[in-house]
Ligand binder design. Structure first.
Ligand code: OSB
Ligand code: MG
Length: 371
C-alpha cells in the first residue's frame, strides 16, 4: 500500500430511526453520524464514524468528531504517503482519545485499501465465516405489553437472540415476563453503566432469568467494582463502555472484571485494535461478539466483516438493515437468514455501494479537504 490521499470528504448526516431507541442514558429519535470518503487514484474509500447526537453513550458526538477530524486527524494525513494501517495509526497516535472519530477514518482507509487490492475486508482481516450469528438490541419500552409485542415480533422475524436495555426500576420486573413468554430464547441485558456496586442484589435476582450475559452494569471507568460484581455472580458480566483498547481488555480479563467482551471497532479506535482484542480473547478463551451503534449499511458491512473472525462466537448486535432506517445510504440491504444469521459481504473493501442521492438527502453539511 502506498496511499497518497488526494482528498477527504466529510459529511454530517442525520437519519430518522424507524422507531426511537431508548436506553438508560436517554432516547434517540434520529441518528447523527459523520460519513467519510477518502479519494485517491480514482478509488473511493468510505467510512462511518459512529459518534451520536449527544454525549450519552460516551463523550463523543457527531459535532466533536467533526472538529477532531477536520482540525487534527485529517490534516495529519496530508503529507507523507500512508504505507499501511499501522502507519496511519502512528500518524495520529500523538492525539489523545476520540476513538470514534479515529475509527471512522480508519474504516475509510480499509475500504480504500481493499478496493485497491481487490480484497474484501473479511479476507484482509482473516475472517472465516460466510454468515455470522446476529441478535437484536431492544430499547426500553413504555410498558410490559409493548415490550412483549416487540420481542415476539422480532422472534417471528427469526431473531434467536434479543438484548433488552435495562435501568434502575426497569430491570428484573421487565425481563421476567419476557423470559416467561420465551423460555428458550437467548436473552441478555445491557445497563449502559446505570448501576453501582450497591446494586449487587438486583443482579443476583437476575440469576434465575438464564441470561447469556449482563452488559456494562457499572460505570465505564470502574474495573474494580466490576470485579467485585462478577465474583458474586454465576451469570457472565460483559464489558462494553469500559474497554477502549487492547490493554483494557487484557487487564479486565486478568482481574476477572468480566467473562465476555463486546467489541465495537468505534469504541476501541478502529478495526485494527478490534482484531487485536479479538486475537487476545481467543488465546484466553474469552468469547467476544460485535456490538452495534445503530450503523448505516456502511458501518454494518464493516461490522459483518469483523464478526466473520473465528472468535466472534456469540450473536452480534448487527441486525438486519430494515430494523433501523426506511432508506439507507448504501447497498446492499442486509437481510436476516432463517438461522438468525446475516451474510458477510464479499465485494472488495467493505463490499457496499454508496447511494450518493440518498446520502445527499441526509447530509446537513459537507466539507472537502484537499492535499
Ligand atoms: O450499548 O450497545 C450499546 C446503540 C447505541 C449506543 C450504544 C449501544 C447501542 C445498542 C444498539 O445497543 C445496537 C445496534 O443495534 O446497533
Ligand atoms: Mg452496550
Amino acid at each position: 500500500m502506498k496511499l497518497h490521499i488526494e482528498e477527504i470528504e466529510i459529511r454530517h448526516v442525520k437519519m430518522r430511526l424507524k422507531s426511537p431507541f431508548q436506553t438508560s442514558f436517554g432516547v434517540e429519535f434520529d441518528r447523527d453520524c459523520v460519513i467519510l470518503c477518502v479519494r485517491s487514484e480514482g478509488i473511493e474509500g468510505w467510512g462511518e464514524c459512529v459518534a451520536s447526537t449527544y454525549p450519552g453513550y460516551n463523550y463523543e458526538t457527531a459535532g466533536t468528531a467533526w472538529h477532531i477530524l477536520s482540525d487534527f486527524f485529517i490534516p495529519a494525513l496530508f503529507g507523507d504517503a500512508i504505507s499501511d494501517i499501522q502507519n496511519f495509526r502512528d500518524q495520529i497516535a500523538h492525539y489523545r482519545g476520540h476513538n470514534l472519530a479515529r475509527a471512522g477514518l480508519e474504516m475509510a482507509l480499509w475500504d480504500w485499501l481493499g478496493k485497491a487490492r481487490g480484497e474484501s475486508l473479511p479476507r484482509m482481516l482473516g475472517g472465516v465465516k460466510e454468515r455470522v450469528p446476529v441478535g437484536v438490541s431492544i430499547g426500553l419500552q413504555e410498558n410490559e405489553s409493548a415490550l412483549l409485542e416487540t420481542v415476539s415480533d422480532y422472534v417471528s422475524q427469526g431473531y434467536q437472540r434479543v438484548k433488552l436495555k435495562i435501568k434502575p426500576g426497569k430491570d428484573v420486573s421487565v425481563v421476567q415476563p419476557v423470559r416467561d413468554a420465551n423460555p428458550e430464547l437467548m436473552i441478555q441485558v445491557d445497563a449502559n453503566s446505570a448501576y453501582s456496586i450497591s446494586d449487587v442484589p438486583i443482579f443476583q435476582a437476575m440469576e434465575g432469568l438464564n441470561l447469556v450475559l449482563i452488559e456494562q452494569p457499572l460505570a465505564e471507568d470502574d474495573i474494580i467494582d466490576h470485579c467485585e460484581l462478577q465474583a458474586q455472580l454465576k451469570t457472565a458480566v460483559c464489558l462494553d463502555e469500559s474497554i477502549l483498547c487492547l490493554r483494557h481488555a487484557q487487564q479486565a480479563i486478568r482481574l476477572g472484571a468480566c467473562r465476555i467482551i463486546n467489541i465495537k471497532p468505534g469504541r476501541v479506535g478502529g478495526i485494527d485494535e478490534a482484531v487485536k482484542i479479538h486475537d487476545f480473547c481467543q488465546t484466553e478463551d474469552i468469547p467476544v461478539w460485535c456490538g452495534g451503534m445503530l450503523e448505516t449499511n456502511i458501518g454494518r458491512a464493516s461490522n459483518l466483516g469483523l464478526a466473520s473472525l473465528p472468535g466472534f462466537t456469540l450473536p452480534g448486535d448487527i441486525s438486519a438493515s430494515d430494523r433501523y432506517y426506511a432508506n439507507d445510504i448504501a447497498e446492499p440491504s442486509f437481510c436476516l437468514n432463517e438461522d438468525s444469521t446475516i451474510d458477510v459481504p464479499t465485494g472488495p473493501g467493505l463490499g457496499i455501494k454508496v447511494d450518493e442521492d440518498a446520502l445527499d438527502h441526509f447530509t446537513l453539511r459537507k466539507v472537502t479537504f484537499k492535499a
